[in-house]
Design a protein around this ligand. Structure first.
Ligand code: TYD
Ligand code: MG
Length: 455
């Protein structure tokens, strides 16, 4: 077997060096040199110069057999939804997230739940006993699931050869190590090479592979960013660890929509699927309180009703404090400036705190109007009617702007028993939104909203 050649490349400018350097001599960037394989032992595809004719020939589109892209349901409804309807054969799926968010729990649940496929769960992080304990906690019934604690890819492939599983889960990619490269597990070159090996395995055998990847808060560790190009699907697991709710987002998906999301709740018996998120994200309360407004938002393709909570009080110090949880603080400042400048509310000397209930993050601009309603409600200490919800964006001049898919938002609000929904008047021009049991009120300016709510 010929020797494997590696060399170091700068990730910033591409300069090459036979030795590792702390600082690239060409562009001057620090810590950018990464070891890469330039010639594999078998003198295969990567060796330059001598081209080999492979069996693959160029084909015209109509000559290519139509793949009917069969999907296997994993038995986990929320995961299937995010994947775009189930697992596609031969796909490589990266599940990323901060440590402790629940990636291993989700993967083990899939391994124990999936029907009709032999699963190999390879862990480099936990011992067999730990995995057994976790499985006991989750609960299982005679699954066709094998556990392997191994990190060396060459021996992993030997086991794969013997066991012939129908699904492989690797927890995590940062612990894998290939013999080809000498650097330690978790380094960029190891991650890239082992992921490439798993990719080849998935594509040649048609067995889907899940890779778990860590993201650290400071992003120092070789994160799964470099993997995103290599895999078919990137799922991001996120959520506030202090709350029980977890959101699984598709960041990239070659086999489905990249805006889909699944919601889970972490219980002491594992992750529970939350198929009706609105009900849990609305806090239960008996009496009406000021500073609370409900927004009809759309996350992914799903409408979700979300509670926004605001607290406005006189500033204790010279500079008023503004803080937002689950909402962009710059957007909150912008909305407060609109209220101050366009509608004359004196909020400049007030502390404003905003919170999105449930510990989730919202990017949908349709939440703006609910934020404004919650702030005004807290400012005047007048509760918003608890059967009213909102769905509109607010522009810089104080105009209430239309939002997409308004029919779906109205329908969700109606389903949950809301009696009034406030939307932009420009929405009703393009579409004729109608609900049978819900009254649709249209507004054009922030002042109209204030008059509507508190007069
Ligand atoms: P884990 O799946 O180990 O996270 P990751 O693999 O992303 O690092 O999840 C760890 C957390 O989940 C840990 O704090 C314990 C909690 N947990 C539960 O609350 N209930 C459960 O049933 C399980 C298995 C874990
Ligand atoms: Mg883990």
């Amino acid at each position: 077997m010929a020797k494997i050649k590696t060399t170091f490349f700068c990730q910033n400018c591409g300069a090459q060096s036979p030795k590792w350097m702390g600082r690239c001599s060409s562009c001057g960037e620090w810590n950018t040199m990464v070891e890469e394989v330039i010639q594999h032992g078998d003198g295969g595809a990567k060796s330059s110069g001598n081209f080999k004719i492979t069996e693959n020939k160029p084909k015209q589109l109509h000559e290519i057999a139509q793949g009917n892209e069969e999907r296997t349901v994993t038995g986990n409804g929320e995961l299937d939804r995010v994947l775009g309807g189930g697992l596609v054969d031969g796909s490589l799926i990266l599940v990323g997230g901060e440590p402790g968010i629940g990636k291993s729990t989700l993967m083990l649940q899939v391994a124990l739940q999936i029907k009709g496929r032999k699963v190999l769960y390879i862990s480099g992080e936990e011992s067999e006993q730990q995995i057994r304990m976790r499985a006991e906690r989750i609960g299982y019934k005679e699954p066709d699931c094998y556990i392997l604690t191994e990190t060396n890819t060459q021996s992993i492939f030997q086991h794969l050869e013997i066991l012939q599983p129908g699904l492989v889960i690797i927890d995590s990619i940062q612990t894998l190590q290939t013999n080809i490269i000498e650097s330690t597990a978790g380094s960029i070159s190891q991650i890239r090479e082992t992921a490439a090996e798993m990719q080849r395995f998935a594509k040649t055998t048609g067995v889907p592979v899940f890779l778990v990847g860590h993201i650290t808060k400071d992003g120092n560790l070789a994160g799964p960013k470099i993997l995103e190009h290599m895999v078919d699907t990137v799922l991001q697991f996120e959520g506030d660890r202090n709350y029980g709710y977890r959101i699984l987002r598709a960041v990239k998906n070659r086999f489905g929509s990249a805006s889909e999301l699944g919601i889970f709740e972490m219980r002491d018996t594992g992750l529970r699927e939350v198929s009706n998120p609105s009900e849990i994200l609305l806090s239960q309360r008996d009496e009406e309180v000021s500073g609370v407004a409900i927004a009809s938002t759309i996350e992914g393709l799903r409408p979700i009703l979300i509670e926004t909570q605001a607290l406005v009080s006189s500033a204790a110090y010279g500079t008023p404090q503004r803080s937002a949880t689950g909402f962009d603080i710059r957007r909150l400042n912008m909305l407060l400036a609109v209220l101050e400048k366009r509608s004359g509310f004196r909020l400049g000397a007030k502390d404003v705190f905003l919170n999105i209930a449930g510990g989730i993050r919202v990017d949908d601009p349709a939440i703006d109007l609910a934020v404004i309603a919650a702030v005004l409600s807290s400012n005047g200490d007048i509760p918003v009617d608890s059967k009213t919800c909102f769905a509109a964006e607010v522009g810089l001049s104080g105009e209430i702007r239309p939002v997409s898919r308004i029919e779906q938002r109205i329908a969700e609000a109606e389903k949950l028993g809301y009696e009034i929904i406030v939307i932009s008047k420009y929405n009703s021009k393009t579409s004729k939104p109608a609900g049978k049991n819900i009254k649709v009120i249209t507004v054009g300016k922030v002042e109209e909203v204030f008059r509507l709510l508190f007069n």
